[in-house]
Design a protein around this ligand. Structure first.
Ligand code: BGC
Length: 490
């Protein structure tokens, strides 16, 4: 289970064990943003700020055997005993495949005008490659029409972990660059078909999660525990898939289509806000994201990453790096827990990661430590380190117990507390110059929370998984108010 895996394990797998704990100062740099932020009223967000919400295909759609969909690695994995905490699978999930009209109605009621969903690759190419399923995009065509008829702008993610099982069987999934090529072909095809209506495409959701958990620790699908060299190689193939997909989308999508990743950036924060520690957090942001975000933005692996990996470094060519470094129109960041509190260090490369005390508070999910300042520092540091001009927060949200009270209502005050604090910090980040253009709250409704099954609820709308009835939680009212005022303040 997720909780059993400490951040230290993560650090080790990400190739970071060389960053010891120390406290002396590295060369200090100015801590504040270079560009001044927009003039904002207290708590206010910029005009035109994109307020959205998000879901993903496998977590909500159900209908896994309909209209020619092929199996994905998550179908296989969830059906094997012992993998999902409550013994469920997403065979039916929210039955969104059939109830999408009702769900678009929920988005409208929320006052949200931007919706991020994902397209299931195995619906479009049941075997991963080859001939597209003639009915593969029909559902998404219907969904897009419904969204647009309701004045809601669609944002499509092309990969939210549901790899066609056929590619896992044939090539070992992301262990082969054949999968990278298949992904680009699929993305090009989808871009051709939907960019008349969809302007924003996200390539891959949370590489940092699906690679480490699925191919490194055996917790997520496909359940592999690869040795470090093979894991790094698989990560390289995913980075290559991203670059090839960007190229395919630009070649086959309509002019003006915007493309970028949606990544769970390793969130690095200064433990104490001093110029030295902020500088250390900048270095950490680059180094602890060396395996994916940094390489797709800079088109190269950092020296420290390669030195540390040594014989376990991925094998790659200069041409591949060029493809991987294809320009992104924006960077999407999923922000949840603070992951690494750092301080400056004399030791190369200039930062130390501090251990978490066991009393550090968390939300309903043990892994979801509460650190609202994550929403301040992560966009600020990412913008500074990679000179970004357009960032979307592609996910942020929390689980809660979400009890239905005797009056039939759900008073999810902990979720409201979490959101209020994260949004307050995000606003401060924007006011200080972070170029954040939008925010997608995870999630529209409770859904299949991967290895936790239906036990962990992240939705704004409650779902009764027996009757599939949806009902608003108190946080619907909270978010609707924030959007209406374009502000976290009253
Ligand atoms: C994922 C979602 C997931 C959420 C909450 C992110 O890691 O993209 O699919 O449900 O966080 O755990």
């Amino acid at each position: 289970m997720l909780e059993k895996f400490s951040r230290r394990t993560f650090a080790k797998l990400a190739g970071l064990a060389s960053f010891g704990i120390g406290s002396s100062a590295a060369a200090a740099q100015p801590a504040r943003a270079e560009a001044p932020g927009p003039k904002l009223a207290p708590g206010g967000f910029p005009n035109g700020f994109v307020w959205g919400t998000a879901t993903s295909a496998y977590q909500v759609e159900g209908a896994v055997n309909e209209d020619g969909r092929g199996p994905s690695i998550w179908d296989t994995f969830s059906h094997q005993p012992g993998h999902i905490a409550d013994g469920t699978s997403a065979d039916r999930a929210n039955d969104h495949y059939h109830r999408y009209k009702e769900d678009v109605g929920l988005i409208r009621e929320l006052g949200v005008k931007h919706y991020r969903f994902s397209i299931a690759w195995p619906r479009v190419f049941p075997d991963g490659t080859g001939t597209p399923n003639p009915k593969g995009l029909d559902f998404y065509d219907r969904l897009l029409d419904e969204l647009l008829a309701n004045g809601i702008e669609p944002y499509a993610t092309l990969y939210h972990w549901d790899l066609p099982q056929a590619l896992q069987d044939r090539f070992g999934g992301w262990q082969s660059s054949e999968t990278s090529k298949a992904f680009a072909d699929y993305c090009g095809y989808v871009a051709q078909r939907i960019t008349d209506r969809v302007k924003f495409l996200f390539t891959l959701n949370e590489v940092g999660r699906f690679l480490n958990f699925g191919y490194g620790w055996g917790i997520d699908a496909p359940g592999l525990k690869l040795p470090p060299k093979e894991l790094n190689q698989a990560r390289h193939h995913v980075a290559l898939a991203h670059g090839l997909a960007v190229q395919a989308i630009r070649a086959q999508g309509r002019a003006g289509t915007k493309v970028g990743p949606a990544e769970n950036i390793a969130a690095c924060l200064p433990a104490i806000d001093t110029p030295e520690n902020v500088r250390a957090a900048e270095i950490a942001t680059r180094e602890l994201n060396a395996g994916f975000l940094n390489v797709i933005i800079e088109g190269k692996y950092t020296d420290h990453f390669l030195d540390y990996a040594g014989a376990n470094a991925p094998t790659f060519t200069a041409d591949e790096l060029k493809i991987i470094g294809a320009r992104n129109d924006f960077i999407g960041l999923n922000i949840y827990a603070p992951q690494f509190y750092v301080v400056a260090s004399d030791k190369v490369p200039g930062f130390s990661v501090l251990p978490f005390p066991s009393s550090f508070p968390h939300m309903k999910s043990d892994w979801l430590r509460i650190g609202p300042e994550t929403a301040y520092w992560v966009p600020r540091l990412a913008a500074k380190v990679w000179k970004l001009d357009t960032i979307y927060i592609t996910e942020n949200g929390t689980s809660s117990t979400d009890q239905v009270m005797p009056d039939g209502k759900i008073y999810d005050l902990d979720r409201i507390m979490f959101l209020r604090n994260y949004l307050t910090q995000l606003q401060r980040s924007i006011a200080d110059g972070a170029p954040v253009r939008g925010y997608f709250l995870w999630s529209l409704m409770d859904n299949f929370e991967w290895i936790f099954g239906f036990e962990q609820r992240f939705g704004l709308y409650h779902v009764d998984f027996d009757t599939l009835a949806r009902k608003p939680k108190l946080s619907v009212e909270f978010y609707r108010n924030v959007i209406a005022r374009n502000s976290v303040d009253a």
